[in-house]
Design a protein around this ligand. Structure first.
Ligand code: CP
Ligand code: NVA
Length: 353
C-alpha cells in the first residue's frame, strides 16, 4: 500500500506543474517551464485501458479517463448499454476479447464473483473499480489524503525535506519532489453501513497501524459479510476493530470520522427500510461532541453523499477532507494504471488463451 501511495504522490507532484503551472510552481509568479521539468510516466503511450463499468460513476470514471491521458494512453468507457456483455455475451468471452485488445481492464461490477471471473479469463490485469464487496481504489485515495493532511493530526512526525527526482541540466539542481508526509497511528471511526468502502478499510487500516471503531445497525445485513470477516481473521487484525451499534460509542476518541451512503447502488429497493434503520447515524458536530471524539476530528466520505448521512455543517465545514479525497482518486488510480497496466506489460507476456 505504501509503495503505491508513494508512487501516486510522486506522479501527482510531477503531473501538477503540467496541468496547473501557475498554482504548482510559484503562486502568483508568471509561469515559465523550467528546463528540467519532468514528464509524468508515459507508460501507457500507444496503449488502451478498458473501463468496463456496469454501474454509474463520476469520480472513478473521470479519474481513470484523465489518468490514462496523463500516462500517454487512452481509456475506453464501456458502459452496460454499450457492449454485448450481459445481454449477448458471457463474462468469460468478453474478458478474453477485451483483454486481447487492451493493456488492462478496470471493472465496476455488481456481484464480486463477476470481477473474479473477469480476472480468471482476462489475458491482461484486471483492477477492481468497485464490487459488491470491495472498493480498493477508494481506500488508496483516502490514505493519500490522510498523509497529505498529516499536519492536521497533531503528533504526526515532521515530513522529510523535498528530494530531487533527477539531476538537473547545467544548473544541476534538479526538480524537488516533497516526500510523502508520515502519519501517526489514528483512531478512525466509521459510522454507517458495512459496505464495500468499509470492507477495504477493515483489511487495510489496522495493517497500517490505525485502530477502527465501527457503528452499524444491529441487523446482520449491516454487518461485514462472511468473506470480508474471514479475510480480517486471516490477517489477524480483528483485535484492532471495535464494533458497536451505538454511533456515539464508535466516535469515542476518533481522529477521523468516515461514512458512506446508507443505500449503495443496487439497494434502491431497500431505501425506506434503510432510512428507518439508520436513524441516529447522521454524522454531526453534536454526535461527535457527545461521543467524545478528538476535538480536532476530521471527516471523510467517498461520495456521492446524501444529507441524511452527514449534515452540511460537517460536510462543507473545515473538518471535511472530502474534496481533496475525491481529487486523489485520480493520482492513486494513475499510480495503479502506471504500475499494473503500463509497466506490467513490459515485464509479462500476455497469456496465450
Ligand atoms: N467514490 C466513488 O467511487 O465515486 P463514483 O461512484 O462517482 O465513482
Ligand atoms: N457503497 C457505495 C459506494 C459508492 C462509491 C456503493 O456501492 O454504491
Amino acid at each position: 500500500i505504501h509503495w503505491i501511495l508513494i508512487h501516486a504522490h510522486h506522479l501527482k507532484q510531477t503531473s501538477l506543474p503540467w496541468l496547473a503551472p501557475q498554482a504548482a510552481v510559484v503562486p502568483g509568479a508568471v509561469y515559465k517551464k523550467p528546463p528540467s521539468l519532468r514528464m509524468p510516466s508515459q507508460s501507457l503511450f500507444n496503449k488502451s485501458v478498458a473501463l468496463l463499468f456496469s454501474k454509474r460513476s463520476t469520480r472513478t470514471r473521470v479519474a481513470a479517463e484523465t489518468a490514462a491521458v496523463l500516462l500517454g494512453g487512452r481509456a475506453l468507457f464501456l458502459g452496460r448499454e454499450d457492449i454485448q456483455l450481459g445481454v449477448n455475451e458471457s463474462v468469460r468471452d468478453s474478458a478474453r476479447v477485451i483483454g486481447g485488445m487492451c493493456e488492462g481492464i478496470f471493472a465496476r461490477v455488481g456481484a464480486h464473483e463477476e470481477i473474479e471471473e473477469l480476472a480468471r479469463y482476462s489475458p491482461v490485469p484486471v483492477l477492481n473499480a468497485l464490487s459488491s464487496l470491495w472498493h480498493p481504489t477508494q481506500i488508496l485515495a483516502d490514505l493519500l489524503t490522510l498523509h497529505e493532511h498529516a499536519h492536521l493530526f497533531s503528533g504526526s512526525p515532521a515530513p522529510a525535506p523535498a528530494a530531487p527526482v533527477r539531476k538537473g541540466g547545467k544548473g544541476g539542481k534538479g526538480d524537488k519532489v516533497a516526500m510523502l508526509a508520515p502519519l501517526r497511528p489514528l483512531t478512525v471511526a466509521y459510522v454507517g453501513d458495512s459496505a464495500n468502502v468499509l470492507h477495504d478499510m477493515l483489511v487495510a487500516y489496522p495493517r497500517l497501524g490505525h485502530k477502527l471503531r465501527v457503528a452499524s445497525p444491529e441487523h446482520e445485513r449491516y454487518r461485514a459479510p462472511r468473506a470480508v470477516w474471514d479475510r480480517v481473521v486471516q490477517l489477524g487484525i480483528e483485535k484492532d476493530i471495535f464494533w458497536t451499534k451505538d454511533p456515539r460509542e464508535a466516535v469515542q476518541g476518533a481522529d477521523l470520522v468516515v461514512t458512506d451512503t446508507w443505500i449503495s447502488m443496487g439497494q434502491e429497493g431497500e431505501k425506506e427500510q434503510r432510512l428507518k434503520d439508520f436513524q441516529g447515524y447522521q454524522v454531526t458536530e453534536q454526535l461527535c461532541r457527545e461521543g467524545g471524539a478528538n476535538p480536532d476530528w476530521k471527516f471523510m466520505h467517498c461520495l456521492p453523499r446524501k444529507e441524511h448521512e452527514v449534515d452540511d455543517e460537517v460536510f462543507y465545514g473545515p473538518r471535511s477532507l472530502v474534496f481533496p479525497e475525491a481529487d486523489n482518486r485520480k493520482w492513486t488510480i494513475m499510480a495503479l494504471f502506471d504500475l499494473l497496466f503500463g509497466k506490467w506489460s513490459l515485464l509479462e507476456h500476455r497469456t496465450n488463451m
